[in-house]
Design a protein around this ligand. Structure first.
Ligand SMILES: [Zn+2]
Length: 172
């Protein structure tokens, strides 16, 4: 039996943390509406201030333009090591291996994702989307010491809807 569809316990997030996940999902929607893939991320410092936010920019042909990668590189330039360790990155979708590695290499802190790579992979399988060139490994397999929270069930249906719309745009 596949346990994937069992109810996932809701992570214990504060209202402020939920608002950051909400913002990441809104950025994913903005990406979709600008013709890009629906992934968004927000980097929040130890004081709860949003310091960086972005969405996917892969439509131009550079498939490495993920917001989680951009957040890691921004943090390496603009935050000291202690600030990076104390920062949290909120995302609409779990970091891919490239972004998980970048996040870990620059020493960023916690990750909170709305939906997992496992969920995205299952949706793609369901929709007949061929696997991508990078294995959809979970963050913990790339960076075992990271504090990772997700999925957040209240956002899953919405993100699934954005991903479904992105696939139907591909076909149009
Ligand atoms: Zn990525």
């Amino acid at each position: 039996m596949e346990p994937a569809e069992e109810a996932v316990p809701t992570p214990d997030l504060s209202p402020a943390e939920r608002a950051h996940v909400r913002r990441a999902v809104d950025l994913a929607r903005a990406a979709l509406e600008s013709g890009d893939e629906p992934f968004g991320s927000v980097l929040v410092d130890a004081d709860g201030q949003v310091r960086f936010e972005d969405h996917n920019h892969v439509a131009g042909g550079d498939a490495t333009q993920h917001p989680e990668f951009a957040a890691a590189r921004w943090a390496a330039t603009h935050l000291g090591p202690d600030q990076r360790r104390a920062a949290t990155v909120y995302t609409s979708g779990e970091h891919c291996p490239m972004c998980a590695a970048a996040h870990a290499w620059v020493g960023l802190g916690r990750i909170v994702y709305a939906t997992s790579s496992e969920q995205l992979t299952a949706w793609h399988r369901e929709w007949g989307v061929p696997p991508g060139p990078v294995a959809p490994l979970p963050i913990q397999q790339i960076a075992p010491d990271l504090d990772v929270v997700g999925p957040v069930p209240e956002f899953v249906d919405e993100v699934r809807g954005l991903q479904a719309r992105a696939r139907s745009q591909d076909r149009s």
